[in-house]
Design a protein around this ligand. Structure first.
Ligand code: KMH
Ligand code: ZN
Length: 280
């Protein structure tokens, strides 16, 4: 099996500052987290940004600061969110692509999201994907529900996407597909030939889904965006969640991938060839 790619999603858009003291909500904290996540065995960091008061922002300037802080402290693959937060406009969500991160998420369909709707109509997906293509950003297909892979295939038929791609199954969002081994197996079976995949189990299912993915040869996403706790009643730090997965993977005979090994597995250029053109 390939080395294990661990993605850390350290912030997200849903956690408020009073739920945990460990949310890296400023660029400086994101830089520190990136260093710790890299040391713990992570290869990708999935980025959302907050203002200093903890509210969500998708400002290009804030993402630029976050990118610079992460790059100054680590060689992690930087993956921007284009999902943002509920209520952001599609234009806002896509705006940060002009910074040309190596990767960015593309949610492949609308989904109930708690009491809200996370809206990703075909026009919204096409708009984001066109910008990704324009700026040379590699998508990570975010799959919250069974029909989302069919949507991705439709976008491929339209010529906006070429398979194989990397998919991340986000399982256990209230309103989306539940985090079970059976659902994960069905999604993996349904993937187009040659795709790589990871799983992000939400809440208590994060560790269980990670274990299943390690055994199946997939990859893993952990982090406070999806799960606040290390164990019942004990709040987690992002790097602890990464370190635990790395430790177990080692026992399975799957050492973690370095960021450059992950770039190789995902077909990305090595870090030496990457520049933040918009930042210069
Ligand atoms: N915050 C959610 C509404 C992504 O980052 O691409 C969407 C999300 C997905 O987190
Ligand atoms: Zn996200």
């Amino acid at each position: 099996m390939d080395p294990l790619i661990i993605t850390c999603a350290p912030v997200g858009a849903e956690i408020s500052l009073d739920e945990t003291p460990y949310l890296p909500y400023t660029p400086k904290l994101l830089g520190e987290t990136a260093r710790a996540v890299r040391e713990a065995g992570g290869s990708i960091i999935h980025v959302h940004c907050r203002n200093d008061d903890g509210t969500n922002t998708h400002s290009v300037e804030r993402f630029r600061e976050a990118y610079d802080a992460i790059r100054a402290s680590s060689d992690l693959i930087v993956q921007f969110s284009t999902g943002g937060a509920i209520g952001m406009t599609p234009e806002e969500r896509a705006s940060v692509l002009e910074l040309r991160p190596e990767m960015a998420t593309l949610t492949c369909g609308s989904v109930n999201f708690g009491d809200d709707i996370f809206e990703n109509s075909f026009p919204i997906m096409r708009g984001i994907l066109k910008k990704m293509n324009e700026f040379g950003v590699r998508p990570e297909l975010e799959i919250f529900d069974k029909g989302h892979l069919a949507n991705a295939r439709r976008l491929a038929k339209e010529g906006l996407l070429a398979f194989p791609q990397h998919a991340d199954f986000v399982l256990g969002v209230p309103g989306g597909l539940e985090a079970t081994a059976q659902n994960l197996c069905q999604l993996v079976d349904d993937l187009p030939e040659g795709c790589t995949w990871s799983v992000a189990g939400v809440g208590r299912q994060q560790l269980a889904m990670a274990m299943v993915a390690i055994a199946m040869g997939g990859h893993v996403r952990v982090g406070l965006e999806d799960n606040l706790y290390y164990s019942k009643g004990r709040l987690a730090r992002n790097e602890e969640l990464v370190a635990r997965v790395a430790r177990v993977a080692e026992e399975f005979g799957r050492p973690v991938a370095t960021p450059d090994q992950a770039r190789g597995l995902l077909g990305l250029r090595s870090l030496a060839g990457i520049s933040m053109q918009a930042a210069n």
